[in-house]
Ligand binder design. Sequence first.
Ligand SMILES: [Zn+2]
Ligand SMILES: [Zn+2]
Length: 273
Amino acid sequence: MKIGKASTELGRRNGIEKNRRSYSLDIDWHVHTTNSCDSKINPRDACVYAEIMGLKGICFTEHIDFDPRDTGYNWFHWNAYIKEMEATKQEHPGFVHTGFELNWQEKFSTGLLDFLDDKAVDLVLGSVHWLKSGHICQKSTFTSLSLDAFLDEWIHEALDLLNRDICHGFAHFDYFYLFGQEFYPNLKRDDIFYLTEPVIDAIIKHDVSLEINSRVLRKGLSEPCPSWRFIENYFKAGGRKVHIGSDSHSVGEIGFQFDAIRTRLATLLANCK
Ligand SMILES: [Zn+2]
Ligand SMILES: [Zn+2]
């Protein structure tokens, strides 16, 4: 496969879809099943729970990891996943959406683009999990990097992903803050918007949906990811496309804090009109 050709085709295909697509705030757009290495969720149980929670749908976004350092390396199998999704769709018509959480790294771009080339899902979530020094959820990743060096590398990976026009959504924007805050005491969440502006510009330019991730609320942060001030600035900068994801790995986490997030989003959007 030629990367340039595939990238263009994917960009065109996803671009057309993106223009038609909006992301209902009544759907949990980021849920992992056992098709991801670190989740215990059975999709049928997830649908039953999501319906009880009053959600209108659920998107099963599975980790796609090409980095051998990741425990999810070689875990995902497309045929098994799509077979399970089809069976779940039959039991819950109109409720189930398919997706990937693409762990983007420029180093593995050839494999990732090859993987995407012949597969269609409802949502491709782009995420940056790995840097050269390690995973953003490992403290050791940050010990060898200054804040500037960390941000330079993270921004480089994020822009490399967004400029290829292959993802519909961008997952958990400042998730790195959860573990990085200990090593970067001068890093304030409210500053992250200004420190990463090229990435925000690219999200808006490429019509990518910013994920409001509620997982960090279960991990000790008081605001979703990104923070409310960040989201307000995003709206003021012209960004409009958002979706909510719980990033669930067990059933009871699905739809976590969605009511509160929807209410706050509506207020912010009304103030930015
Ligand atoms: Zn992630
Ligand atoms: Zn995830």
